[in-house]
Design a protein around this ligand. Structure first.
Ligand code: IVH
Length: 675
């Protein structure tokens, strides 16, 4: 047996125990949950390899830490167990198979329940003859701490339950809503007091207070998810029935729990659904618990010393990690905007490896005070782009200088300016190669002129060789010269030429969007096309006319107005005209104009249309699809995860709200109403 391994195991046991005290007793962890998980995995692996060196008091064998002495001890009549973890779907699959093997195919696990793994503090609440008599933390699983005085202040937990059996122990999680956590930390900041690192620690810190007034002020919440000891209770046969029973007693049960058939597709779908909706909830969860539904099978499966065999916790990839900020660099956008971003030591967060993250603008960097060389917290939740939350100040090397916004563009060296009243800096040189590249890439993207075979590298090459200085030049490329470039054979040149030619007939909205007019996005480009097209007319539209257009607003109006009064831009438009690019309007597919003059707002995600496709479908039928609801809106199409204000505004104004099926009917007939 390796001496090194034994020493490492000893070291790991000591480190983990220390962190357990920091986490469970002091509610002030000094490492992330993921770092803790990885120490535990390492210890488990070594114990597996060298079983003789495993100690009975190893943290892999124990739950939490012994209850602290400040509170009276409470013996749990039914132990409060921990859960085994799975970090990948494969491990979930192994768990289902192992459980099934244990039952030796006599009993088949047909159904499971998937529920959220709430990130709070487990407690057991005991009712006798319907009265709340005691509440305790988990402690080491057998002995917890008496926190009755604090639990009595939690509004979600009834003090009295009518119709409860003579003894009823309810188990669940005390947690702090994210909104309450933010309030608490805002208050702490105001008073110069210490902030909590996350809602879990704030909840735990609040529950483990001697003084119940403090817990009362914190507005703690509770989710019930299990039963402990029950005397003369109802005959329940499944976990799902248990949840329904808890709910019927007036206890808060999270409505996301779902019964699913025991197969990987169903489990995975359920997990993905939960993950997708994470940002909608006002509480945190760090995983999904999968439980065997049948209570009879749960009993047959039993438990290990630490955790039930009938459940597993699928842990989600961490959403926050600490890494080193290597540098702050500037990217130059199509319209010249200079955006600072963080170059990071690569780190796995939110399920992907992140090596850059946006820092938005000068003010944000100032506020966060991140400096190259800092250890920073990086966050990536769901599908959103990664962001730098802030520095870990304790780890800042002494004398690390503050970061200053550079004075010059990293590409063309001309001055970076910050226009008064704006948050962003801009590169002032219209011919800056990075700007040109950005504008050409923007122009050729799928939702603009959709030019295939014009990848980033090709654009780069053409800009470097001065073949293009603006998007107009794309239609006058010197293909004979291009043929001489390395990697450009006859076929690839033909392909490029064809796709550039094809792009000439894109709808006018695509062209306007492609021009990189500051502040003009897809929706407004279409609006400009349908409201003021053709191109020559848009160019002559007065500022007042633009400002009065529904959905445009003064900033966009003046940006459009300015664009068409800048000689350099007029040159581009002239080139496009000369090339025969479509200036007239949408390419008509001959659809009946059933929505002529109607204004239909789309909000949320539809199943069979992207937002652009939905807007396109409306426009092709003669309608408009502005981005906001107003008195002129004829109907609002509602998908999943809609923008909140649109629906409430539609309701206020009494505008019909359509689902996707009704939207399809509307597209076919122009009628608002179900098919
Ligand atoms: S079941 C014997 N269900 O996770 C069954 N636990 O790592 C054990 N937790 O101590 C608990 N959400 O604090 C269960 N839906 C859920 C849970 C959950 C959070 C916590 C609980 C437990 C810990 C185990």
């Amino acid at each position: 047996m390796s001496k090194e391994a034994i020493l490492r195991m000893e070291e790991l046991r000591a480190i983990i125990k220390e962190h357990n005290v920091a986490y469970y007793e002091n509610d002030a962890p000094t490492i992330s949950d993921e770092q803790w998980d990885s120490l535990m995995s390492e210890l488990k692996e070594l114990e597996h390899q060298f079983p003789d060196a495993k100690q009975p008091d190893s943290p892999t064998e124990t739950i939490g830490t012994p209850a602290s002495k400040i509170f009276s001890p409470v013996n749990h009549s039914v132990p409060m167990m921990s859960l085994d973890n799975a970090f990948e779907m494969k491990e979930v699959e192994q768990w289902t198979k192992k459980a099934q093997r244990k039952l030796e195919n006599e009993d088949i696990i047909n159904e499971l329940v998937c529920e959220l793994k709430f990130d709070g503090l487990a407690i057991s609440v005991r009712y006798e003859e319907g009265n709340l008599v005691q509440a305790a933390t988990r402690g080491d699983g057998s002995v917890g701490e008496d926190v009755t005085h604090n639990v009595l202040t939690i509004a979600d937990i009834p003090h009295k339950i009518d119709g409860a059996p003579p003894v009823l122990e309810v188990r669940g999680e005390v947690y702090l809503r994210i909104s309450e956590f933010e309030k608490l930390n805002a208050e702490a900041e105001k008073n110069d007091a210490k902030k909590y690192v996350n809602p879990r620690n704030a909840a735990a810190g609040s529950l483990r207070q001697k003084n119940a007034h403090i817990a009362a002020q914190r507005n703690l919440s509770f989710w019930a998810y299990q039963l402990g000891e029950v005397v003369d209770g109802p005959a329940l046969t499944s976990h799902f029935e248990t949840l329904e029973y808890l709910q019927s007693l007036g206890l808060p049960v999270n409505k996301n729990a779902k019964r699913v058939p025991n197969n990987m597709d169903s489990i995975e779908k359920c997990i993905n659904d939960f993950k997708e909706r994470k940002s909608e909830y006002d509480y945190e969860f760090d995983g999904i618990v999968i439980k065997v539904d049948s209570l009879d099978l749960q009993e047959k499966l039993g438990t290990t010393a630490k955790a039930p065999r009938w459940a597993i916790a699928y842990k989600m990839p961490p959403e926050e990690q600490v890494t080193t900020l290597l540098n702050i660099e500037i990217s130059i956008g199509a319209a010249g905007s200079a955006t600072p971003f963080a170059r990071l030591e690569p780190v796995f967060v939110g399920g992907v490896t992140v090596s850059t993250a946006t820092l938005h603008n000068q003010d944000q960097i100032k506020e966060k005070d991140v400096r190259p060389g800092d250890k920073v917290i990086v966050r990536r939740a769901g599908e959103v782009i990664p962001e730098v939350v802030g520095p870990v100040l304790e780890d800042r090397p002494p004398g690390l200088p503050k970061w200053e916004f550079p004075k010059n563009c990293p590409s063309c060296k001309s001055k970076l300016e910050r226009p008064p009243g704006e948050a962003r800096h801009r590169c002032t040189n219209h011919s800056c190669p990075r700007q040109v590249r950005g504008r050409v890439e923007h122009f050729s993207q799928r939702t603009a002129m959709d030019i295939e075979h014009l990848g980033e590298q090709t654009v780069d090459l053409f800009v470097t060789h001065a073949l293009i200085e603006d998007v107009g030049d794309l239609y006058f490329l010197d293909f004979d010269r291009i043929k001489t470039f390395e990697g450009f054979g006859v076929t690839s040149v033909d392909n490029l030429r064809n796709s550039i030619n094809l792009s000439k007939s894109r709808p006018l909205g695509n062209l306007i969007f492609g021009l990189s007019i500051p502040h003009v996005g897809r929706t407004n480009a279409d609006l400009l096309a349908s409201e003021f097209g053709p191109m020559e007319k848009i160019m002559q539209t007065t500022l007042t006319e633009l400002e009065e257009a529904e959905g445009l607003g003064p900033v966009i109006a003046s940006s459009v107005y300015e664009y068409f009064r800048t000689p350099k831009n007029l040159e581009i438009v002239e080139k496009l005209k000369l090339a025969g690019v479509n200036f007239v309007g949408p390419v008509d597919e001959g659809l009946e104009k059933v929505l002529d003059g109607k204004s239909i707002v789309v909000t949320g995600t539809l199943e069979n249309f992207t937002r652009d496709e939905a807007a396109d479908a409306i426009k092709k039928r003669g309608g408009k699809s502005p981005g906001s609801v107003s008195g002129k809106t004829d109907a609002v199409v509602l998908g999943d995860n809609p923008g909140g204000s649109k629906i409430s505004k539609a309701e206020q104004l009494g505008i019909p709200i359509l689902n996707e099926e009704e939207f399809n009917h509307l597209l076919e007939t122009g009628e608002v109403g179900s098919s």
